[in-house]
Design a protein around this ligand. Structure first.
Ligand code: SF4
Length: 366
């Protein structure tokens, strides 16, 4: 096992990122082998349990209500629908279901109670359950833990500096607060980001500083390549070069040796050879299923064929950590505890987000 270091600096990370490619690949693959079985890939299925209509203004996201993106919004799926989807995912080789809801933050009430029921139901199928529901309080994280949640996803998206160019409706500290709330429970942390949003290499390194200096480091880190969706403020961003993706994966593997590094959005644009290079560089997790929330993803059968070709096998559930012990979720003590959300709404504006919003208003009028 490689000793995990928690005081990486931006300069050190940049030095790794900019190494000659063959050296970078060799270092990353060596660390990968010391900490993981290189022939095993964890497969997650991402399920959008509530789509669209989100009040936030994340510049990359077609689910933000303020942009005009032709996304078909949906109310919260039923518990039975979710269980049926989870079963389907299990049968096709997934060990984890990640449920995503387009919410700014979790609100206590009937919808959250239903999500807790979904978590219990999927955990009973002996699958790892992950949720990505926006910001949560410590009490809500605890209730999810008690329902059997295995992981909570909350991405940092980018560096603290570049974050201000992406989102204006919440701050970086809000992200870190949610991660800290999750950390106070036995739920594992999944946090990563997106490349290709117009950030520079320093920002990519800055994001890895923020993630790798968390102690403990996140158990899983998705590395997404932006899928530029028409109508969002980032519609004109150029596709991410495969070499950037490989460098980012390799650097993540080196600075976060024990983390499961996940190839996430943008995989449809990657060849099998490109993905194989990412696996060699330390990626050991993917999202399966034909859709990633709202954007396209490779077909499950195609992924299984790729694994066969590469001699790789899907990871069994609870390989890295045991199945959560479930107890009946307690009633929310949120009010009685006097716990108050401290989430900020920064007052700054991002020009391109405002432009996309104005364009959407015009299109709706027309
Ligand atoms: S990324 Fe999440 S929080 Fe941001 S607009 Fe999309 S659904 Fe809302």
């Amino acid at each position: 096992m490689t000793q995990t270091k928690h005081n990486w600096t931006k300069e050190e990370i940049l030095e790794i990122y900019n190494k000659p490619m063959m050296e970078l690949l060799y270092d990353a693959a060596t660390i990968h082998r010391e900490n993981h079985d290189p022939n095993v890939v964890q497969v997650s299925t991402l399920l959008s349990i509530k789509t669209g209509g989100c009040s936030e203004d994340c510049g990359y996201c077609p689910q933000a209500a303020r942009y005009h993106t032709n996304i078909e919004g949906n109310d919260l799926m039923s518990v039975n629908q979710v269980k049926a989807e989870a079963l389907r995912a299990k049968e096709s080789g997934s060990s984890r279901v990640c449920m995503g809801a387009a919410w700014r933050n979790v609100k206590d009430g009937p919808e959250f109670d239903e999500v807790l029921e979904m978590v219990r139901g999927i955990n009973k199928l002996d699958m790892e359950v992950c949720c990505t529901l926006g910001m949560i309080t410590e009490n809500q994280a605890q209730r999810l833990a008690e329902a059997g949640l295995y992981a909570y996803n909350h991405n940092l998206d980018s560096s603290e500096e570049y974050y201000k160019e992406v989102i204006s409706t919440r701050g970086y500290q809000d992200r870190l607060d949610t991660i800290e709330n999750v950390r106070k429970t036995n739920v594992t942390v999944c946090s990563g980001g997106i490349i290709g949003m117009g950030e520079n290499i320093e920002d990519r390194a800055g994001m890895l500083v923020a993630l790798s200096t968390l102690n403990p480091q996140p158990e899983s880190t998705p590395i997404n390549a932006l899928v530029a969706v028409e109508g969002t403020p980032m519609e004109d961003e150029k596709p991410v070069e495969i070499w950037d993706m490989i460098r980012m994966v390799a650097t993540t593997r080196i600075v976060m040796p024990e983390t499961q590094v996940r190839l996430s959005a943008g995989r449809t644009e990657m060849s099998r050879e490109g993905q194989a290079m990412c696996f060699f560089a330390g990626a050991n997790s993917i999202f399966a299923g034909d859709k990633l929330l709202t954007t396209p993803n490779p077909d499950v059968n195609e992924d299984m064929k790729m694994f066969e070709l590469l001699g790789m096998n899907p990871q069994k559930p609870f390989t890295k950590k045991g199945q959560p012990q479930t107890i009946e979720a307690i009633d929310s003590e949120y009010q009685s505890k006097g716990e108050k959300p401290r989430w900020t709404r920064p007052a700054h504006k991002i020009e391109r987000n405002e432009e996309a919003k104005a364009k959407a208003v015009e299109l709706r009028k027309g």
